[in-house]
Design a binder for this molecule. Sequence first.
Ligand code: PHE
Length: 489
Amino acid sequence: MTDEKVKWNSNLSFLLAMIGSAVGLGNIWRFPYVAYTNGGGAFLIPYILSIIFLGIPLLFVEYGAGYKFKSGISKIAHKINSKYEYIGWFIQASPFLILTYYVVVVAWDLIYVPLSFFKGWGPKPEEFFTNTILQNSADPSGLFSIAIYVLIALIIVWAIVWFISHRNLNDGVGKANRILTPLLFICMIIIVAFAVTLPGASLGLTTLFTPDWNSVLNPNIWVAAFGQILFSLSIGMTITLAYASYLPDETNIPRSALTVAIANSSFEVFTAAGVFSILGFMSTTNNIPIGELVSQGTGLAFVAFPEIFNVMGTLGYVIGPLFFLCLLFAGITSNISIIEPLALSVQDKFNISRSRAVSIISIVAFVISLLFATTYGSTLLGVFDTFVNQFGLLLNVTLQTILIAVIYGLDKLLPGINKNATFLKLGKKWILLVTYIIPVISFILWIQAVFTNVIFVDSATMIVEFILLMIMLILPYILTRATPKSGDY
Ligand code: PHE
């Protein structure tokens, strides 16, 4: 049965879980690219301002709501007014879809962990990744043929994720993060320490951090900074809200939120220094302009980096495995965090045990994730990712702030947030910012994202987007209409 009293057994467990969730693949393979392509050192200005005026204020909303209601977003929406329950479930649809493909990316990485010990990707990493691992086909008929390595790795990752998440909070999520989050930081520190000593590292660092001051006036850079912060702090996925619902009464919420935001951003700026030192090394060694080497996402992790490890000699056998282990730890801690809000909402409504809720969600998400273990999988994954990020998450931020700030009222969250606050207490300015300014900004960002990345696409993408939209609309409807098994619904 739902154990209403489940709490983090220590503040450290909670903080490490929050940091483990925020620090994900986005910090390692997205931030360096976004910073470089958006003004380099000058990007730090919109970036830091976005943390202060967008990221942290929104973190406080999720902290405050989770802490006050001690439940997931669907039940919160229901409690605010039962007619809003649908919005609560709608908000959960995007994290659910992310869950179905994020595990697959972690699975790709899992394949590279053993390979990295002997540079098993061979002399042509790009061909290896596309043809051997993904067996990539751009034709939808590829949905009927399995990419076997991906499938095996996927089953292993699901087993790990399920095993951690189905246990009780402190023995599962708490313990995993107490081990994996520090390990992730240690591995990254070793990588960066080696990376900055490589020949050419200073070229990489100057390329990354040299400010292009004119760019600060370019609105696109501000949009990029907002987007990076929302994604990096996992805002709009209701993870923070779920984790905060298990906080003990004596928590100092402002201090905790600031710690998470600072740790997350320090990690990503630090990582970017490592990534660019490594790119600088490649540029110097092989005489390739650094601009031609810079990439993000899978192109960086599974193509550019293996190529660099190939020319790095023995050091490649150290940095390579550490790099793929970092991605693995970062991926797993983010993965388990995204199951949490879903499991919490299912427990809230259907009054089943945590273990059962996690098992049901894992099985359904596992079945969907099989689509990505086919040879059409990586193409499909790209469409899922763009749609959920550009359409789903930005809309979530808008809906969530409207629901909690505009409709419910942030003043009701203030006593909880400020209860144990010491140096920072929230007040009117935070309420005004979140109630009147942020929903407008996030709505404008959403419109902009929909017009640039969602509407003008080819017809195959359009069909997938339509199916996703239907899932996002229908699944929440079914869950809203389902009869609650819990008395206080
Ligand atoms: N902040 C995470 C990242 O940078 C975002 C995320 C969290 C994605 C949880 C998926 C699951 O990768």
